[in-house]
Write a protein that binds this ligand. Structure first.
Ligand SMILES: [Zn+2]
Length: 146
């Protein structure tokens, strides 16, 4: 047995009917014995059936942890680049002098050596390494004198 979804072109009725086989349907159709269940018209045709395939869910970019992290890192990088002063190799010196109140505190970023990092830690100077994806590109030195 085979079930077909049928459509009546006379009255627009959609209905289903069972046939012994697809060839049985064809035979009955030729003999105009496939009739509409509503108006008994023989102007009946098989409905074009869309295959019942579940459409794969679109991958949500926001739900992708890797992309989320990349977007977050990009924001952090921008924030540092826009709001922090790049002090390069003077970081330890600058951080220390701010910590001891020798100059006004401001957000800075730069490089330290392993030794400097340890020294800052021992002195209790707040400094945290920027994970690489958060590190903005080093600004080009402005108007070098020599
Ligand atoms: Zn009909």
């Amino acid at each position: 047995m085979i079930r077909y979804a049928l459509h009546c072109k006379a009255c627009d009725e959609d209905f289903e009917a069972w046939f012994a086989s697809s060839s049985a349907y064809e035979t009955l159709k030729e003999k105009r014995q496939v009739r509409c269940s509503a108006c008994n018209s023989s102007r009946v045709e098989k409905q074009i059936m869309a295959p019942a395939v579940k459409s794969p869910k679109k991958k949500d970019a926001a739900a992708d942890p890797e992309k989320m992290f990349a977007a977050f890192a990009e924001k952090a990088r921008q924030h540092v680049a826009e709001n922090f002063d790049y002090v390069g190799g003077d970081f330890a010196e600058e951080a220390r002098s701010m910590f001891y109140g020798e100059q006004e505190e401001r957000p800075i970023w730069g490089e330290t050596t392993e030794e400097e990092r340890e020294a800052l830690k021992e002195e209790g100077v707040p400094a945290a390494p920027l994970p690489e994806p958060f590190t903005p590109p080093v600004p080009k030195p402005k108007g070098q004198l020599n």
